[in-house]
Ligand binder design. Structure first.
Ligand code: 5GP
Length: 130
């Protein structure tokens, strides 16, 4: 059965899309740990990130790099962190999470809430810096 991320990639489930190419898809996390929290996913459906073919694993980071830069440019965090957890959705992905000065680092356990309009505006602000 397709993972929830494959359904998002295929457009069967809506997402706040940030970027896409033939191999990767990036979109806002629906339960963000911080403003701009973005997930970067290979289209190849593999659960454990370190089971990805090496070129797909390397390409994931290369695809994520300009998105992290766009987060930096859009929201001016101290920096953008990258984290791999993968305990919830069995489809490899990395989290890009901007870290803001008012908080020391971030915690995936702490969630922030944004309206649909705010999420749309956040996604647009990131895309505009890509
Ligand atoms: P992990 O698998 O790395 O532990 O966490 C999966 C992440 O995917 C979580 O941060 C969760 O909020 C996010 N997530 C789960 N389902 C959806 C969804 O349907 N849409 C979006 N945009 N994010 C999701």
């Amino acid at each position: 059965m397709a993972t929830i991320f494959t359904k998002i990639i295929n457009g069967d489930i809506p997402s706040y899309k940030i970027a896409e190419n033939d191999q990767y898809y990036a979109f806002l996390d629906i339960n963000p740990a911080a403003k701009g929290h973005t997930l970067v996913v290979p289209k190849l459906e593999v659960d454990y990130i370190f089971d990805l073919p090496p070129d797909v694993l390397g390409g994931l980071l290369q695809f994520a790099q300009p998105i992290a830069r766009a987060l930096d440019a859009a929201f001016r965090p101290v920096r953008t962190g990258i984290i791999v957890e993968g305990l919830e959705v069995p489809h490899a992905h990395v989290h890009l999470i901007p870290m803001y000065p008012d908080r020391k680092g971030f915690s995936l356990g702490k969630k922030e809430s944004f309206t649909a309009e705010e999420m749309q505006a956040i996604a647009a602000a990131i895309r505009q810096k890509l």
